[in-house]
Design a protein around this ligand. Structure first.
Ligand code: NSS
Length: 431
């Protein structure tokens, strides 16, 4: 007799094994009883025949409730009609931990209630499916970059200067050195590392004190940020479309079961292949105006407008070369139109909006210094960053892909907060 995982039962048909897990559902006819057990690797139906087991095992079985943790022993049988394809002819049952009145029953619960019980809600089938898709996305990100020779460089979370914009910083006291900020991005450090290693990426949690309560915003989210020396803005978009296509293909290939559990229309993902359509900001504004949207050149493109633009295509679309005034200080001025910068957003279809922001970086010392001053930032805090333009400046570009937005899109879930195990939002710090 041995302890095995449900996911590993294929080699155990005919053997007697013990499985440890949690009870999801039970039913009994009086003579035969069933329980579905899950252990994180799969689901297993256990069958118990009253006349064939000791009385105390039968009685204990009748007392099982949702989420009781158990060790079940029995013979493994192939059973194509069962979830997972196997069944356990139960002969032994040990209750490890009771579960009285588990708060999340199969009936419908409100969103607020579910989020209050996020630590338990994670066990539900949909949430498990989302977690597995997320895991695949993260692994695909790392594999793609590894295969292409990118070096992972971990950048600091406590930082001394603003990375992205002043409006949504979290700050904390830092000993005698004044304020430290939780990183909004690892990019600036990534640029330094790109000068050492050529192609790098950083991948970690990033923080934005977003006051907005939209379905696309978290205050803590995970971002992967590749940074590449000697790459221009066009090459940057090519890298992005290959990256996204690879991630989506991996999820389709390896997480088909989970996407089915989530009832995702995967035909909408199958069309996600490079190249992606490209639309200049100027053309995007012209199109939106022609569709009756009330916005002028220079305005930011909001979530609703992103949805309108993206819904024209069956795959993500790039909007490139935004006005300088609405973008971050580090983006390179467009030599063909100095009102704009060499930047791009990548908008996912089906209303998911911006999943990537990227740009070519300003590589001229004087221009960058002027931008830093223009944005009201303290040049002293960026002395090290300016050094990158002083000692062997180099054309370089990079981008940041938001993991939760990407996962929400691939899973087809309406709100980003289910794409991370414990979401942090303006009104949520518990659990
Ligand atoms: O602000 S970004 O557009 N760009 C950067 O941070 C650059 N420093 C990236 C770079 O070039 N290395 O954010 C990038 C992505 C954006 O497209 C979203 O997918 C995601 O990060 N993002 C967010 N996800 C969830 N919640 C919030 N608040 C959020 N903000 C950005």
């Amino acid at each position: 007799m041995s302890h095995v995982e449900i996911g590993g039962l294929s080699g155990c048909v005919g053997e007697t094994v013990t499985i440890q897990g949690w009870v999801t559902t039970t039913r009994s006819s009086g003579k035969v009883a069933f329980a579905v057990i899950r252990d994180g690797t799969g689901l297993l139906q256990c069958v118990l025949v009253k006349s064939q087991v000791a009385e105390e095992v039968w009685d204990r079985f009748q007392g099982l409730t949702q989420e009781t943790s158990v060790a079940v022993t029995g013979e493994v049988r192939a059973e194509p009609r069962s979830p997972g394809g196997y069944e356990l002819g139960l002969t032994g049952l040990e209750v490890i931990g009771e579960s009285v009145d588990f708060p999340i029953s199969p009936k419908e619960h409100g969103t607020a209630f579910l989020h209050e019980h996020r630590h338990l809600w994670l066990r539900s089938r949909r949430q498990v499916a989302i977690a597995r898709v997320r895991h695949e996305v993260v692994q695909a990100i790392r594999d793609f970059l590894y295969e292409r020779g990118f070096v992972c460089v971990d950048t600091p979370i406590l930082t001394g200067a603003i990375g992205e914009e002043a409006g949504n910083l979290f700050s904390t006291e830092y000993f005698d050195l004044g304020s430290a900020y939780l990183a909004q991005t690892g990019q600036l450090y990534g640029e330094a590392a790109a000068a050492a290693l050529g192609k790098i990426y950083c991948f970690g949690p990033t923080f934005r004190a977003e006051k907005s309560k939209t379905r696309r915003h978290l205050t803590e989210f995970w971002m992967v940020e590749p940074e590449v020396a000697w790459l221009d803005s066009d090459g940057n978009m090519e890298l992005q479309e290959q990256f996204i296509s690879y991630i989506v293909a991996r999820a389709l290939d390896r997480r088909a079961e989970e996407l089915k559990e989530l009832e995702r229309d995967t035909s909408r993902l199958e069309s996600v292949t490079a190249p992606f359509p490209r639309l200049s900001y100027t053309d995007a504004i012209a199109y939106l105006k022609s569709e009756g949207h009330d916005l002028e050149w220079g305005a930011d493109i909001g979530g609703d407008e992103e949805t309108v633009l993206a819904s024209r295509y069956d795959r993500p679309v790039f909007v490139y070369n935004y006005p300088k005034a609405i973008k971050a200080f580090y983006m390179k001025e467009n030599p063909d139109d100095p009102r704009t910068v060499l930047s791009n957003d990548c908008l996912a279809p089906e209303g998911y909006g911006e999943i990537i922001g990227g740009s070519q970086r300003e590589d001229d010392y004087d221009r960058l210094l002027a931008r830093i001053v223009d944005y009201g930032l303290d040049p002293d805090a960026y002395k090290w960053y300016l050094d990158l333009r002083k000692y062997g400046t180099f054309a370089h570009s990079g981008f940041g892909l938001g993991v939760e937005r990407t996962v929400a899109w691939i899973c087809g879930i309406p709100h980003i907060r289910e794409a991370i195990a414990f979401p942090r939002q303006i009104h949520r710090l518990y659990p």
